[in-house]
Design a protein around this ligand. Structure first.
Ligand code: ZN
Ligand code: ZN
Ligand code: ZN
Length: 451
């Protein structure tokens, strides 16, 4: 028999933003009933795993949590992240062919710096998985395809300068929904140009355009990139019944997408139609991953042909796909200094709003433009948290493939910042040695963790 599909089911009973908030445990309870009723857990193609905890260091390898990881996560967060690591290990070790982490809290809005909760996310499960797979298993090239209705802005932020990470997100147009980003011109930084591809779809987009994007953009680009591992950020709020999104996707189309993409790992993101969408989509995705017929899975109120798209909308999506394919095919030929300048650093300024925690962050990001490696990243961030005093941090991140010159430069910058920068905390993330450091200025105390 073929290898099995691994499942972890973790509804996080004790974690919710508030009792009436859409991001609560009931999100997965109807799914559980549906899966058990269908006998999915007893199928010979399915292997269920117990969840496990991610370590605090697994989080620090990916994020700068302010002031520390412990202050931003609950046990539920570490279990959601740890469950993806469990399935990641099992795929790489060859125990299973693929897996689906049906876990919450979700993660794709969590950026590299974490001052609080954004879009229901505190830490980024898929990003933590990526850096873990690289560190633990020596995997380098990974693709993440984000099928959530909201732009995966956290994942994009973390990998914006990573040439070995392909990030494709299709979502409802940011002009009409949180977080307001994810446009076609956001293509990645100078060292990773066109490794970020965004497909903002107009509200009301249905299966026909969804499949067009999958067949004509997602599949050929992923194939061309040749990733060792494919991850799907499986957000299900593109469904036609979702209360937060305005899209028209069906469970069947989600399953078709899964079958075509063949992700090694699917990780649950959003999806808030807990009774009318999630049970059907989750079931269909599981069956598609396991290679079992899913053609009978259909929402009770759906009939084929229910959602028709206008020729204008279809034309608009076709043109967007054409434009993105052009960016992809030209990625090695474009004049990068013309777009990004030819200084020692490429810099950008970001404003980040934490809708759940009402935090406003202002961030300067600098990337060393190194001819020999992807270059280290420097972040200066200031967060306003209501009436509390603002927090300022300074952080340096050294990528896996850093050259020796960049590595030692980055350490000098970290040591200098500890002495000279006006800020509350200084951080260092050295992925080449798997060392994370944080320094609290007014205590003069430093914490170091190693993987
Ligand atoms: Zn998306
Ligand atoms: Zn979402
Ligand atoms: Zn370098």
């Amino acid at each position: 028999m073929d290898k099995k599909t691994g499942l972890i089911f973790f509804p996080a009973f004790d974690w919710a933003i508030s009792p009436t908030h859409p991001e609560r445990e009931e999100r997965l309870l109807y799914t559980r009933d549906q899966i058990f009723e269908e006998g999915v857990m007893d199928l010979p193609q399915i292997h269920e795993y117990a969840p496990r905890l991610a370590s605090l260091h697994d989080v620090s390898r990916t994020h700068f949590c302010v002031p520390r990881v412990q202050s931003q996560v609950t046990e539920a967060h570490l279990i959601a992240a740890g469950s993806t690591l469990q399935l990641g290990d099992s795929v790489v070790n060859g125990e299973i062919k693929n897996g689906f982490a049906m876990v919450r809290p979700p993660g794709h809005h969590a950026m590299r710096v974490v001052h609080g909760n954004r879009g229901f996310c505190s830490i980024n499960n898929e990003a933590i998985l990526v850096e873990y797979l690289r560190r633990r298993h020596g995997i380098r090239k990974i693709a993440i395809v984000d099928s959530d209705a909201h732009h995966g802005d956290g994942t994009q932020d973390i990998f914006y300068h990573d040439p070995d990470l392909l990030f494709i997100s299709f979502h409802q147009d940011g002009r009409t929904i949180f977080p307001g980003t994810g446009f076609t011109h956001e293509l990645g930084g100078p060292g990773a140009y066109a490794k970020t591809l965004n497909v903002p779809l107009p509200p009301g987009t249905a299966d026909e355009s969804f499949m067009y994007v999958v067949d004509n953009l997602v599949l050929p680009v992923v194939k061309d990139f040749q990733p060792e591992i494919i991850i799907n950020s499986a957000g299900q709020d593109n469904h036609y019944t979702d209360p937060l999104g305005s899209m028209r996707f069906t469970a069947r189309a989600y399953a078709d997408f899964t079958k075509k993409l063949q992700p090694h790992l699917a990780v649950l993101e959003g999806g808030y139609a807990i009774e009318t969408a999630l049970p059907y989509i989750n079931l269909a995705i599981i069956l598609a991953l396991a290679g079992v017929d899913y053609s009978y899975v259909m929402e009770p109120d759906y009939w084929p042909g229910r959602f028709k798209e206008s020729p204008e909308r279809i034309g608009q999506v076709h043109r967007m796909v054409e434009q993105l394919l052009e960016s992809w095919s030209q990625k090695d030929k474009v004049d990068l200094p013309k777009i990004f300048g030819d200084g020692k650093y490429y810099q950008r300024k970001k404003f980040i709003y934490y809708d759940t925690d009402y935090i406003e962050e202002e961030q300067f990001e600098k990337v060393r433009m190194c001819p020999d490696c992807p270059g280290y990243i420097i972040l200066e961030s200031r967060a306003e948290r209501g009436y509390r005093s603002p927090v300022r941090i300074y952080a340096v991140s050294i990528p896996f493939q850093a050259c020796h010159a960049c590595q030692s430069e980055a350490y000098d910058i970290y040591e200098q910042a500890k002495k000279q920068k006006e800020c509350d905390y200084v951080y260092m993330q050295d992925k080449t040695t798997d060392t994370c450091m944080s320094y609290e200025k007014n205590k003069g105390q430093e914490w170091v963790t190693e993987g």
